[in-house]
Design a protein around this ligand. Structure first.
Ligand code: BTN
Length: 253
């Protein structure tokens, strides 16, 4: 009988399949948050922290991230440089993830939500930073739904790799592939985004959208792609304005 359970995460198996090297691959059965663990540890190491479940997973905009056991990749990759990360980092990693997964109907909702069929969220990034002496710790958090429980209830439409591909992904192999694709960018400091590739996956392009800010205010406009710094370009009346942060929803017309 074919098992429909996800295999346990295993540091050695992940390491053996990777091209790039990391100082540490830490795996926990359950911790509050893999991002928070690395931030609290505050070590200047190239390392990854994975958890089978998180009891206090963090999402963007101060939201939580439900991370049940045996159902996803709850991963934080730590990097460090003597500067904070460039504003394009999250977008670049989202593009790389979509290309690595290579599943049809995947797109990106600015700034770095991976969605299927333009509305079902598959994965999201939370990048956090901390200054340690003259160095900057970059913590790249990725939540990727692999095979979520039937009763998974969150405040948005969601999907997982199993539902969209019919396949049970091997989490260790997937982790190795994703880490290599991220490390390729970090090692080569290749943070530029090719506008043509972005446009291929940009689900907002030329759509009427509402941009919600953390202070509860919002703005309406038409999404016109991104600037070279990764800012969202919005056409408001006859003007094009750019925005570095905010949460976008598509306006129903
Ligand atoms: C989002 O809101 O879209 C971002 C979700 C990021 C969740 C991941 S899961 C691993 C890492 N640890 C956390 O606490 N959050 C990130």
């Amino acid at each position: 009988m074919i098992s429909l359970n996800l295999e346990p995460l295993n540091a050695q198996i992940i390491r053996d399949q990777m091209k790039y090297q990391l100082d540490d691959i830490l795996i926990f059965e359950n911790i509050p948050s893999t991002n928070q663990f690395l931030l609290d540890q505050g070590l200047l190491k190239k390392q990854v922290c994975l958890a089978n479940s998180q009891s206090n997973g963090k999402g963007r905009q101060g939201k939580g991230w439900l991370s049940p056991p045996n159902s996803g990749l709850w991963l934080s990759l730590q990097w460090f440089e003597n500067i904070p990360p460039p504003s394009t980092l999250g977008l670049k990693l989202a593009l790389t993830l979509v290309e690595t997964l290579s599943i049809s109907n995947l797109g990106i909702k600015w700034s770095n939500d991976i969605v299927w069929k333009e509305r079902y969220k598959l994965a999201g990034f939370l990048i956090e930073t901390k200054q340690i002496g003259k160095q900057w710790q970059w913590v790249i958090g990725l939540g990727l739904n692999v095979k979520m429980p039937e009763n998974h209830q969150v405040n948005q439409l969601w999907t997982d790799l199993y539902r969209i591909s019919g396949k049970i992904f091997d989490r260790n192999k997937l982790t190795a592939q994703i880490l290599d694709s991220f490390l390729e960018i970090l090692e080569n400091k290749n943070f530029q985004i090719d506008p043509k590739i972005w446009k291929k996956y940009d689900i907002l392009f030329q759509k009427p959208v509402i941009l919600h800010f953390s202070n509860q205010s919002s703005l309406e406009g038409v999404a016109m792609g991104i600037s070279e710094h990764g800012a969202l370009k919005l056409q408001i009346g006859s003007e094009i304005k750019t925005f570095m942060s905010g949460d976008v929803t598509v306006r129903l017309t």
